[in-house]
Write a protein that binds this ligand. Structure first.
Ligand code: PNS
Length: 179
């Protein structure tokens, strides 16, 4: 940790091990091929990439926390340096606890950028945590978990948008909910 303009800063490289780590946070309800593209590419840039699922008690998603974690864990099993975790509260507090100095975010379009920039600047102001933006592969730029869930709810084919095990789980959930 170092001190920049009075803000206690989390370094990007662990002083103990010299390991370069980043955290890729999100709701992942559920993980899509767009997320996975960003996660796989980011995992090649760091020694360890932590995919952190936000715990949101106020917003009930389609999948619970344990299931989101499981779906990401299965999808990233081929990436040896990806760790899946969860966090509640402020992302910067999780970064401090885990000694991670970099947040990694995928950017799909300029519409993402405005809010992401605000969050990046807030996180830097709060704790000196830096944000790295990775442009999404244009192939996935229109993809979002919300749209995938909507398509699945109305019986559309989501096989191009999510891994097979996520597609199965989506179909089961839609059938169980009957909506
Ligand atoms: O997948 P999402 O829903 O776009 O992810 C948003 C997420 C979880 C990255 C963002 O909401 C977040 O970091 N939430 C944690 C609470 C927090 O730190 N809020 C202040 C952000 S400046």
């Amino acid at each position: 940790m170092s001190e920049v303009s009075g803000v206690s800063e989390v370094s990007g490289v662990s002083e103990v091990s010299g390991v370069r780590r980043a955290v890729c946070p999100g709701s992942f309800d559920p993980v899509t091929n767009g997320h996975l593209d960003v996660i796989e590419r980011a995992s090649r840039l760091y020694d360890e990439l932590v995919v952190a699922v936000m715990v949101n008690d106020k917003k009930q998603g389609m999948f619970g926390l344990a299931e989101r974690i499981e779906l990401i864990t299965v999808a990233t099993a081929g990436c040896g340096n990806v760790v899946v975790d969860s966090f509640a509260g402020l992302l910067v507090d999780y970064c401090r606890d885990q000694q991670i100095g970099t947040v990694l975010k995928g950017i799909r379009a300029t519409s993402d950028f405005d809010y992401e920039l605000q969050m990046a600047q807030m996180n830097r102001e709060l704790a000196g945590v830096e944000t790295v933006f990775l442009p999404t592969n244009p192939e996935h730029s229109y993809l979002s978990s919300s749209l995938v869930k909507e398509v699945a709810r109305f019986g559309g084919d989501v096989s191009r948008f999510v891994p097979a095990h996520v597609q199965v789980r989506l179909s089961e959930r839609v059938a169980a909910r009957g909506d």
